[in-house]
Design a protein around this ligand. Structure first.
Ligand code: ADP
Length: 166
């Protein structure tokens, strides 16, 4: 049988424990799992793409079959095809996610029928966790450590010590 290759794509602005949990679980289901940091030139986030990539890589360093790739202004299916991806992986927190994610999956299956989308349900602890909530906490200088990998805490601390814009 040919290898099963997954792609979990997102903007990871920043990566949260919810993302890491999905990635850990998905890494056991696939021979190889790409984590795609996707960003758009015209849609600026809170963290620079290079800093998002650094945090992701650090948070996932112990997962040997996981590789972080970066794509700017690209369709997920195009990047998936370039890497021989067989499955797109998405996370679901609630019915609202399902609505959005189902629409995206239908659309992607129109674009690339050979690529299957699979969904993993979030772990109970992470149902309310999103990157936008974390950005809010950072804005208000609140403690983010229960919700994100240590790499994110470190990055935010370093930037604020140096009075650097995130
Ligand atoms: P996007 O900008 O594409 O929404 P995200 O980085 O927010 O990118 O999310 C990427 C994927 O991670 C999506 O499938 C989303 O549903 C999933 N996800 C986000 N937060 C969580 C969480 N707390 N638990 C499980 N899945 C999540």
């Amino acid at each position: 049988m040919s290898d099963k290759i997954g792609l979990f794509a997102g903007s990871f602005d920043p990566v949260t424990n919810g993302h890491v949990d999905i990635i850990r679980r998905a890494s056991k289901l696939f021979d190889k799992l790409y984590v795609g940091l996707f960003y758009n030139k015209n849609k600026t986030g809170l963290f620079e793409p290079a800093s998002r990539q650094k945090m992701l890589k650090e948070a996932l360093a112990d997962l040997k079959n996981v590789e972080v790739i970066v794509a700017r202004d690209s369709l997920a299916v195009d990047i998936a095809r370039q890497h021989g991806v067989t499955h797109l992986v998405r996370g679901l927190r609630n019915a609202q996610d399902l609505e959005y994610e189902a629409n995206l999956a239908f659309f992607n299956s129109q674009l690339a029928q050979e690529i299957e989308t699979v969904f993993l349900l979030t772990a109970l602890d992470y149902r309310y966790l999103s990157s936008s909530r974390i950005r809010e906490l950072i804005y208000f200088k609140a403690d983010i450590s229960p919700y994100v990998p240590q790499a994110v805490v470190k990055e935010v601390e370093q930037k604020s010590e140096n009075n650097q814009k995130i």
